[in-house]
Design a binder for this molecule. Structure first.
Ligand SMILES: [Zn+2]
Length: 359
C-alpha cells in the first residue's frame, strides 16, 4: 500500500515576504527560468509589476499577462502565450481567479506554478483544485503549486470582505468533516485519517486564536493563511476535496447554479455552514462555529448576501443533487413546512453590519 501527496516545496508566510524574497531559494530558482506572471486586475497588478521588476535583472525573460476572468477562453489564450514564450515557470498573482487560472495553465502546459496570493478569500491559495467558468462554474483537479509566497502586509491590506470570505471557507472544514464521517458510516466513502486530522487542526488553530485571546489584523491573517494552506494540503493528502467540502459547499454550489451566485464563494459557504450545523445537530454544542460569526463579520442571514427566502429554500432542496457526495442532506427529505421551519430556525434575523471586531 502506498500513496503520495503533493505539497509545495517552498512555503513562505511572513510579514514583508515580498521585500525579503530576493534572499530565498524561490528567487534563485525563478531567476534561472523564463517566467510568465499571470496577474489579476486592480491593485494586484502593482504586486505583479514589482515581482517582474525584482526578477528582470537576473532572469532571461519575464512576461506579465493580465487575467480578466476564469473562463475557458482566457485560459486557452494564456496557455498559448505560455507555450509561445517557452516559459518554464508560471507565477500566479492575485485573489481567487488569477490563482485558479495560473494553476490550470501551469497544469495544462506542464510548467511548475508559484502562487503569490494578494488576498485569502478561499482555500485555493495552496490546493490541487481550481474553479473555472464554463457554462457554469466547475472545479478541476490541478497540480499543487511548487511554491507559495504569502506576504502578510499585502494580505492585511486587501479588502476585509475577502478575508471574511476566507474565514467562511476555512470554518467549513468542521461541517465537511462531520459529513465525511457520516459518509463513511453509510459506507459511501473512505476515510483518510491523516487528511482529516490536518483539516480539523487547521480550523482549530484558527478558532483557538480568535476565541481565546486578543488578536490584531496581522495575527488574524497569518493564522487564516496558514490554516487555509493546511486545508489545501489536506485535500492533496486525501486526493479529493472531502476534508474541506461537504453539505455547506453543496448549498453554495446550488446558490451559484440556481440563484445567480450573488456573493463570494466563502460567504455563501458560511451560510451553508449554518444550515449544515443545524441539520448535524451541532448548533447547540459548545463547539458550534456560529458563535464566532458576529465577531468575525460572517453573514448570518441569506438576505445579507442578497438572496430571497425562496432562493435559499431552493438551494437547500437542490444541494444534494449538485454532486455525488454523501452528506447530512442525504438523511433528510424536506416538505415545504419543514423547509420553512428550518429557515425560521437557522436564519431568524438580519444583522446587517458585517465587519471583523478586533479584541
Ligand atoms: Zn471552498
Amino acid at each position: 500500500m502506498s500513496q503520495t501527496a503533493d505539497i509545495p516545496e517552498q512555503l513562505i508566510i511572513e510579514r514583508n515576504a515580498l521585500k525579503k524574497w530576493k534572499r530565498t531559494d524561490v528567487y534563485n530558482w525563478v531567476t534561472e527560468q523564463t517566467v510568465v506572471i499571470i496577474s489579476g486586475a486592480g491593485k494586484t497588478c502593482r504586486v505583479a509589476d514589482r515581482l517582474a521588476h525584482d526578477i528582470q535583472p537576473d532572469a532571461g525573460r519575464v512576461h506579465v499577462l493580465k487575467c480578466r476572468d476564469n473562463t475557458l477562453d482566457t485560459i486557452n489564450a494564456l496557455e498559448r502565450q505560455v507555450l509561445e514564450s517557452s516559459a518554464n515557470i508560471v507565477i500566479g498573482v492575485g485573489g481567487g481567479k488569477a490563482l485558479d487560472v495560473a494553476k490550470v495553465v501551469g497544469t495544462r502546459s506542464n510548467v511548475p506554478v508559484v502562487l503569490v496570493p494578494t488576498s485569502v478569500s478561499n482555500d485555493a491559495i495552496c490546493s490541487p483544485v481550481a474553479v473555472i467558468r464554463m457554462n457554469k462554474k466547475a472545479s478541476l483537479g490541478v497540480k499543487m503549486p511548487q511554491a507559495v509566497i504569502i506576504d502578510l502586509e499585502v494580505i492585511a491590506s486587501s479588502p476585509e470582505r475577502l478575508t471574511i470570505a476566507g474565514i467562511g471557507d476555512l470554518l467549513s472544514n468542521k461541517t465537511a468533516i462531520f459529513d465525511w464521517d457520516l459518509g463513511c458510516r453509510a459506507q459511501q466513502d473512505t476515510m483518510n485519517t491523516f487528511a482529516r486530522l490536518m483539516a480539523n487542526h487547521a480550523v482549530d488553530a484558527f478558532i483557538n486564536t480568535v476565541g481565546n485571546r486578543s488578536f490584531d489584523k496581522t495575527t488574524l491573517v497569518k493564522v487564516l493563511a496558514e490554516s487555509l494552506v493546511m486545508s489545501g494540503i489536506a485535500m492533496s493528502v486525501a486526493g479529493s476535496s472531502r476534508p474541506c467540502s461537504g453539505s455547506e459547499h453543496l448549498i453554495s454550489h446550488a446558490l451559484d447554479y440556481y440563484c445567480g451566485g450573488k456573493a463570494l464563494h466563502g460567504e455563501q459557504v458560511a451560510l451553508g455552514i449554518l444550515v449544515a450545523e443545524y441539520l448535524q445537530d451541532e448548533h447547540r454544542s459548545s463547539g458550534n462555529v456560529r458563535q464566532y460569526y458576529e465577531q468575525l463579520g460572517l453573514p448570518t442571514h441569506f438576505g445579507d448576501l442578497g438572496y430571497t427566502r425562496e432562493e435559499m429554500a431552493l438551494a437547500i432542496r437542490m444541494a444534494p443533487a449538485m454532486r455525488d457526495r454523501y452528506t447530512v442532506l442525504n438523511e433528510f427529505s424536506f416538505n415545504d413546512r419543514q423547509i420553512d421551519q428550518l429557515l425560521d430556525d437557522v436564519f431568524p434575523t438580519r444583522t446587517g453590519k458585517r465587519v471583523i471586531s478586533f479584541a
